[in-house]
Design a protein around this ligand. Structure first.
Ligand code: G1P
Length: 290
C-alpha cells in the first residue's frame, strides 16, 4: 500500500498567449467556465480527492490566483448587508482551511518540470499530485481520485491518460506502453510531444499526475527537452528504471481549456449540467445553430 497523497501542486505561471488579449492583464486560470474560474475547478477536484495542502507555482502578475482563495472582506460585508446569501456563500465554496494554501514563484518560465521543481521544498519526501488547471475534467469520481485509487495499490509515478487522434500526438506527453489491460497501462516511459512517426502510442497525458519525490533528483539537473524547456515528462521518463510508471484511463469528459474550442465547449457542457440554466442554454444553442 503506497503512502497517502496529501499535497498538490498547481503550476500556474504560464502566460496564456493563446487567449490574448483576454489574458493581457488577467491570469488565464481565472478564465471562467460558466461562473467559476478554471483554477477553482482544479482546486475543488483536488479537495474532493482528499488533498489537504495546495501549492500554487505562480509567476509575475499571478498573485490574483492566490487571492481568489482568500477572504474579500469588503465584498463579503456588502453582500451581507444586502442580504445576498447565495452570492456570499459562493465566495466560501472552494476556500481551503487557514494554513493550507501555499505559493512559490517560478521566477523564470523554464518549463513545467522547472515549475514543479520550484515546489520541491514544500513536497519533501512524500508522494504528491500535480494538476494542470487548463485541463478541465468532468466525472462522477474526481479525475485525481481515479489516479490516487490506482496509486494506493501500485505506487510510483502515474498520469491520467486518454486516447488522442494520431495527428494530435505532437500536442501531448505520449505513453510508451509495456502492458495494457484497457484501463491501466503499465509504461516503460513517456515522450513529450512526439511527431506521428515517433509516437510510441496514442495514449496522451491529460495533466493529472501522482508522482514520487524521486523525480526531483532528475529535475535537479535542469536538463532541457522538447521546446527547449525543462519537461516534467522527461523527469518521469528518467525514473522508470527505478519506479513503476502507469497511465490510468480517465473515466469522464475532458476539456482542453488551453484551446479556444475546448474552452467554449467546456462552457456549454458545464452550463448544460446546471439545472437552473440547462433548458435555456439548450434552447439558445439550438436557436443559434438552426
Ligand atoms: C503539458 C504536458 C503534456 C501534457 C499536456 C496536457 O503540456 O507537458 O505532457 O500532455 O500538458 O495538456 P503543455 O500543453 O503545457 O505544453
Amino acid at each position: 500500500m503506497a503512502r497517502r497523497v496529501r499535497k498538490a501542486i498547481f503550476p500556474v505561471a504560464g502566460l496564456g498567449t493563446r487567449f490574448l488579449p483576454a489574458t493581457k492583464v488577467m491570469a488565464k486560470e481565472m478564465l471562467p467556465i460558466v461562473d467559476k474560474p478554471l483554477i477553482q475547478y482544479a482546486v475543488e477536484e483536488a479537495a474532493a480527492a482528499g488533498i489537504e495542502y495546495f501549492i500554487f507555482v505562480t509567476g509575475r502578475g499571478k498573485s490574483i490566483l492566490v487571492d481568489h482563495f482568500d477572504h474579500a472582506p469588503e465584498l463579503e460585508m456588502l453582500l451581507g448587508r444586502r442580504g445576498k446569501e447565495q452570492e456570499l456563500e459562493s465566495l466560501f465554496e472552494a476556500m481551503p482551511d487557514p494554513g493550507k494554501v501555499f505559493s512559490v514563484r517560478q521566477q523564470v518560465p523554464l518549463g513545467l518540470g522547472h515549475a514543479v521543481w520550484c515546489a520541491r521544498e514544500f513536497i519533501g519526501e512524500e508522494p504528491f499530485a500535480v494538476l494542470l488547471p487548463d485541463e478541465l475534467l468532468m466525472s462522477d469520481v474526481p479525475g485525481l481520485k481515479q489516479l490516487m485509487n490506482v496509486h494506493a495499490d501500485v505506487g510510483g509515478n502515474l498520469i491520467s491518460i486518454t486516447e488522442v487522434l494520431p495527428e494530435h500526438t505532437n500536442r501531448y506527453g505520449i505513453l510508451n506502453v509495456e502492458t495494457d489491460d484497457g484501463k491501466v497501462a503499465k509504461a516503460m516511459g513517456m515522450i513529450e510531444k512526439p511527431s506521428l512517426e515517433d509516437a510510441p502510442s496514442r495514449l496522451a497525458n491529460i495533466g493529472r499526475y501522482v508522482l514520487d519525490p524521486a523525480i526531483f533528483t532528475h529535475l535537479d539537473k535542469h536538463l532541457t527537452g522538447s521546446g527547449g524547456e525543462i519537461q516534467l515528462t522527461d523527469a518521469i521518463d528518467a525514473t522508470t528504471d527505478s519506479l513503476p510508471f502507469h497511465g490510468v484511463r480517465f473515466d469522464g469528459e475532458r476539456f482542453d481549456c488551453g484551446d479556444k474550442i475546448g474552452f467554449i465547449t467546456a462552457n456549454i457542457a458545464f452550463a448544460l449540467k446546471r439545472p437552473e440554466m440547462s433548458d435555456q442554454v439548450r434552447a439558445a444553442v439550438a436557436k443559434l445553430i438552426a
